[in-house]
Design a binder for this molecule. Structure first.
Ligand code: C5P
Length: 398
């Protein structure tokens, strides 16, 4: 995957630049060549000497370095690479990219290149969440730029939240996907997965038996075809796959908000088993047994239907919206009606009667319902169902 590939690695000025040193080592270990470019601010965080020592190559820093221009103009520099990676990508560099500025070597290379670009954003949580940054991010995605991370966690500045640069293994997976140029390269796909937990009080909740296995397998299969996957998951039994952006939620309403945040996307696949109802009168304190022995009276409210909401969006609707229908009787009839009712393009229907062993099991037997009709697939592992479905999604988006 990496052998013989040339990565143009642009380092902008963020504290995460120290992780980029390790990224360079890992890329070279795997046989890739790295041409490093440092912005002026990056040089405050890592020295050109350490970067060039690790890369085993000259570090490019200046747009108007005449020697470099004689050796290799900036256009050639950007085009000689198989992939341009920006890690860390600061809010400032993202803004300059989104605006098409070319006021230093890094931004000029990014404007001049016709090579695929992957960015690993890194910044303070408030900068990340600022509408300007989110607007720039949407623009960069619309321009076909792939994005890995950021992760949520403790930040060097002492705050907590999203903004931390993705870890090196995650960036390597994203680089591999971008280099592979799979049929879904440059496509962004949102996948929901797992159950939701709807609180009764601070310690109790209503849940369901979904393990998250099918959604996880699907996210993995889509990423393997090169898609940039945002994986919005409830509390699942299985760990999320590598190489996807994980957004962990508990409730249906949090899941809806996370999905809306993740849009725009080329496709959205709703594999989560979302609770249809939440407890309307969830208690702020733990509910106690009382002397009368009377059980608490729970009132329910209907949760938003995430699939129907996204399928019914006007402008900004993903080109392909896929729902799942877990049924215990009259699978085909119910699933066909569901496709029409929810307004999605495809429904993946399956029978989750206990006798099938599908819920919580490793196999699945599905029927894919599209505008062209229904096709039933043989009983397959959930991984094989995922691979097949991912290939169909790639075909539909091509
Ligand atoms: O109506 P039902 O729950 O059977 O629909 C299943 C499909 O709708 C699945 O794709 C599921 O992820 C999605 N769904 C949703 N939000 C809900 C309920 C279901 O996205 N509140």
């Amino acid at each position: 995957m990496f052998t013989g590939k040339r990565i143009l690695l642009i380092v902008s000025g963020g504290i995460a630049a120290y992780k980029t040193l390790d990224l360079i080592r890992r890329l070279r270990e795997r046989g890739a060549a790295v041409t490093p470019v440092l912005t002026r601010a990056a040089q405050e965080f890592v020295t050109p000497l350490s970067v060039s020592a690790l890369a085993g190559e000259k570090v490019y820093r200046d747009l108007f370095d005449l020697t470099d221009e004689a050796e290799m103009g900036h256009i050639q520099l950007s085009r000689a690479a198989d992939l341009v990676v920006v890690a860390p990508a600061t809010a400032n560099l993202m803004a300059r990219m989104a605006g098409g500025l070319a006021d230093d070597l890094a931004s000029t290379l990014l404007l001049a290149t016709d090579t695929p670009v992957l960015i690993a954003p890194s910044m303070n949580v408030r900068m990340w969440e600022h509408p300007a940054t989110q607007r720039n991010l949407d623009q960069l995605r619309a321009d076909g730029i792939a994005v890995v991370g950021p992760d949520a966690g403790d930040m060097a500045c002492g705050e907590y939240g999203p903004g931390r640069m993705a870890e090196v293994p995650e960036i390597l997976t994203a680089i591999a996907a971008a280099l592979a140029g799979g049929p879904l390269a440059g496509r962004r796909i949102v996948v929901t997965s797992g159950p939701t937990h709807e609180p009764i009080d601070p310690v109790r909740y209503i849940a369901n038996r979904s393990s998250g296995a099918q959604g996880t397998a699907l996210a993995r299969a889509l990423a393997a075809l090169g898609a940039e996957v945002v994986f919005v998951t409830g509390p699942a039994d299985v760990p999320p796959p590598a190489g996807v952006q994980v957004v962990a939620v508990d409730t249906a309403r949090e899941m809806l908000a996370a999905v809306q945040d993740a849009l725009p996307a080329d496709a959205a696949v709703f594999a989560a088993a979302v609770a249809d109802w939440r407890v309307a009168n969830a208690a702020a304190q733990k509910i106690k047994k009382d002397a009368t022995g009377a059980p608490p009276a729970l009132k329910f409210a209907q949760n938003p239907d995430i699939l129907a909401t996204v399928a019914g969006m006007g402008p900004g609707r993903p080109a392909l919206v896929v729902g799942f229908a877990a049924e215990t009787d009259e699978v085909l009839a119910h699933a066909t009606a569901k496709r029409a009712r929810k307004g999605c393009d495809w429904i993946v229907a399956n029978d989750v009667s206990p006798a099938t062993g599908i819920m919580g099991g490793t196999e699945n037997e599905v029927t894919l319902i599209t505008a062209d009709g229904a096709e039933t697939w043989p009983r397959l592992s959930k991984d094989a169902v995922a691979t097949r479905l991912a290939a169909r999604i790639a075909e539909a988006l091509s």
